[in-house]
Ligand binder design. Structure first.
Ligand SMILES: *Cc1c(COP(=O)(O)O)cnc(C)c1O
Length: 365
């Protein structure tokens, strides 16, 4: 395909490394278990599913442009101010709004060494320059982030807990980061996994107290609505106002809005998902440790399993795949000796543990 010499993408666009989604298929095994995208093995709340289906009755109508009902439900459940919430087609869209609104050519977007890949993609799409700060043993290093700030830093993204490491930094460290940033930099705390931690509000209190901190959240992880594409952000009024000017009025579908509203209200179901995840995460971490595969304590719905080296991790990946177990290769995150394994249901966790135990015993085919 030839490229028309005068029709050229904006600077930076062709420098984007495309996002690599978790694999959905594997050769071998009859039953494919997808543990590569941190999806909820229990699926969404039955009430969310019902609301999604019910939305089919009015598909000819445009969705709400203000998302008032969903914002009210989120505000009620999380104890937040509804008028400081913005909804997007996944939190990925909120990340893109932030980059488009606050960063452009010549500006820097800062995140950590093993940070989520959408930060770099959205930064480059906005014409800005992604900059990374080193982590310490797969954990965000607040001093390194502060040291990497310049007078061009406009956005600092930090997922707490982080994907793909699963690690978390203390609230006092996050507060120190918010306080120490240069005045033109906005801190974005990505809380995609916040609901997996009992009593954790994703640093909402910090957002309330500061005018330079935003939080992003998603319905794709604990709520099991990855296919619906819905997430949200919470921030100071001046930020939400700016983001709403960039947002298309009908960015979120009616079915996604309805499903998310039902999901956030079904707190009993969310708690059940959190408890199941905690139980099987602890079980799997211990089973892997016994097999000789260490991992950091995870605060999410996945485990980052560490192998002796990259060839061993790749061999383990292939060994799992041959048995229908699809996990995530995270070489693109600078973690080529690791595999990220979503906490599936009991059957999936037992299958992963048994398979990796066999693998470590020397079975390599
Ligand atoms: C999964 C994930 C998201 C966003 O997912 P959406 O489906 O776009 O809401 C954002 N940040 C991190 C760190 C994630 O792991």
């Amino acid at each position: 395909m030839s490229r028309h010499p005068d029709i050229i993408p904006q600077p930076g666009i062709l420098g984007i490394t495309p996002y690599v989604a978790g694999k959905t298929t594997a050769k071998g095994g009859n039953r494919v278990t997808k543990l590569s995208s941190n999806e909820n093995p229990l699926g969404p709340s039955p009430l969310a599913k019902a609301a999604y289906i019910e939305a089919a009755a009015a598909l000819e109508l445009y969705p709400s442009a203000e998302h008032a009902a969903l914002r009210a439900a989120i505000a009620e459940v999380h104890g937040l101010e509804a008028n400081r919430i913005i909804c997007g087609a996944g939190s990925d869209e909120i990340i893109a709004f932030l980059c488009n609104t606050y960063a452009g050519p010549g500006d820097e977007v800062l995140y950590t060494e093993h940070g989520f890949s959408m930060y770099a993609i959205s930064a480059r799409a906005a014409g800005a320059t992604p900059v990374t700060a080193p982590e310490q043993n797969r954990k965000a290093d607040i001093d390194a982030l502060l040291a990497a700030c310049t007078n061009r830093t406009r956005l600092v993204f930090l997922a707490n807990p982080n994907n793909p490491t699963g690690t978390m930094v203390a609230e006092s460290e996050i507060n120190r980061l918010a306080e120490g940033l240069p005045p033109q930099a906005l801190l974005v705390l990505d809380g995609a996994y916040a609901e997996f931690i009992e009593g954790f509000g994703g640093h909402a209190a910090l957002v309330e107290a500061c005018d330079n901190v935003v939080m992003t959240r998603t319905f794709s992880k604990i709520y099991g609505l990855g296919g619906a594409r819905i997430g949200w952000g919470y921030g100071p009024a001046h930020v939400i106002d700016a983001l709403n000017r960039v947002r298309g009025p009908f960015n979120v579908s009616a079915a996604a809005l309805a499903a998310a509203e039902a999901a956030v209200k079904d707190e009993t179901y969310t708690i059940r998902c959190r408890d199941e995840n905690s139980k099987w995460r602890a079980w799997l971490r211990e089973a892997l440790a016994k097999a000789g595969i260490p991992s950091d304590e995870s605060h999410t719905n996945f485990i980052l399993a560490r192998f002796a080296d990259t060839p061993t991790a790749n061999a383990a990946d292939a060994y799992l795949q041959n048995r229908g177990l699809v996990v995530r290769n995270v070489a693109g995150y600078g973690l080529a000796d690791c595999l990220r394994i979503t906490i599936g249901d009991e059957i999936a966790c037992r299958a992963v543990a048994a398979t990796l135990t066999d693998f470590m015993k020397g079975a390599r085919a």
